[in-house]
Design a protein around this ligand. Structure first.
Ligand code: UDP
Length: 318
């Protein structure tokens, strides 16, 4: 079995991906500096002899070269996480997203190791032409609004990866993740589902930002990690970009109500102005929905787990 490198493998999605690859008998190497990843996410994997954890930043070129040289595939997940992180730490976020990805691509090209780059639905910015198709325009707000820096950095990563594909023949595939949820996701970086669930389970108010009419589509991490593995193994995916997530929209207000119900909670649902949470220079996306026909046509992708099932699973893990 091939050795596989997962950057950011101690994060929420990374840890589920490790689990799945180990189940398939693969040998997995994780590099993670634990800036947002957590040891507890991978603690249960450490007894597996085919699992190797290296606590290090992906900005350490030397370490990265040692790792990439011996691996046959790379899932590049290490990145700044969440809206809150880019607002609180713009410099660190931008540098890890840009320089980190450059290091991965440069060394991967030297040893011709295929790379799956995880990008984000943030690259579409505030385009409101729904649903988003991979070739659509990206629309960013003012440079003074930190939020758009995230989409810009991920968009640059995509550009870089495509350039390595075109000019260096590096086999790459780019995946734009839409809102992913599941057990082990942290609410510390702004993600809505774990925050609402924690609030509901502790009987504290469920804090909906804005009027709650904004919508998102939530996909379960199991469906997402299955698709990531299929994509890296699919030669026809090389040099291509794919949306990945769910296309079933729900308002954030309805999400709060659903979580309250499923958690059998007495929490109040309260509405908080964006400015109170993210400061004066914040813009939210009113709606965000992917067109999934490209990934469906190529690998037959169809999310299997409903939002309700996914939320129940997270609530039960408490
Ligand atoms: N949100 C909320 N309460 C929270 C966290 C987020 O109402 O405690 C809202 C947020 O303003 C956004 C939606 O939920 O409209 C999804 O936020 P998240 O940060 O999870 O993802 P993204 O905005 O990147 O899609």
């Amino acid at each position: 079995m091939a050795k596989i490198l997962i950057t950011g493998g101690a994060g929420f999605i990374g840890s589920h991906l490790c689990e799945k690859l180990l189940q398939k008998g693969e040998e997995v190497f994780v590099i993670d500096d634990l800036s947002t990843g957590r040891m507890e996410n991978i603690a249960h994997l450490k007894k597996n002899k085919k699992f190797h954890f290296i606590k290090e930043t992906i900005l350490n070129r030397k370490k990265m070269e040692i790792l990439i040289k011996k691996c046959r595939k790379i899932f590049h997940l290490a990145a700044a996480v969440g809206v809150k992180t880019i607002i609180d730490k713009p410099l660190e976020s931008f540098l890890i997203n840009i320089n980190g990805t450059e290091i991965v691509l440069e060394i991967a090209a030297k040893y011709k190791v295929p790379v799956l780059i995880t990008s984000s639905s943030e690259v579409y910015g505030k385009n409101n032409n729904l649903p988003f198709k991979e070739e659509d325009d990206r629309v960013y707000g003012s440079i003074y609004h930190n939020r758009w820096g995230y989409g810009l950095s991920k968009g640059s990563d995509e550009f870089l990866a495509l350039a390595y594909f075109q000019e260096k023949n590096l086999p790459i595939v780019i995946v734009r993740l839409f809102n992913v949820i599941g057990p082990r996701q942290s609410g510390a970086y702004g993600m809505v589902a774990p925050r609402f669930i924690k609030q509901a389970l502790s009987g504290k108010p469920i804090m909906v930002y804005g009027n709650g009419e904004q919508t998102r589509c939530f996909a379960d991490v199991e469906d997402i990690t299955d698709a990531l593995i299929k994509l890296i193994n699919e030669p026809r995916a090389r040099g291509e970009i794919f949306n990945l997530g769910s296309s079933k929209e729900i308002t954030i207000k309805a999400l709060a109500q659903e979580i309250k119900l499923l958690a059998n909670s007495k929490s109040k649902i309260v509405f908080v102005p964006y400015t109170k949470v993210y400061g004066p220079n914040f813009e939210d996306m009113a709606h965000r929905r992917p067109d999934l026909s490209k990934i469906k046509n190529l690998i037959g992708y169809q999310p299997k787990i409903t939002l309700k099932e996914s939320l129940k699973k997270i609530i039960n893990k408490g």
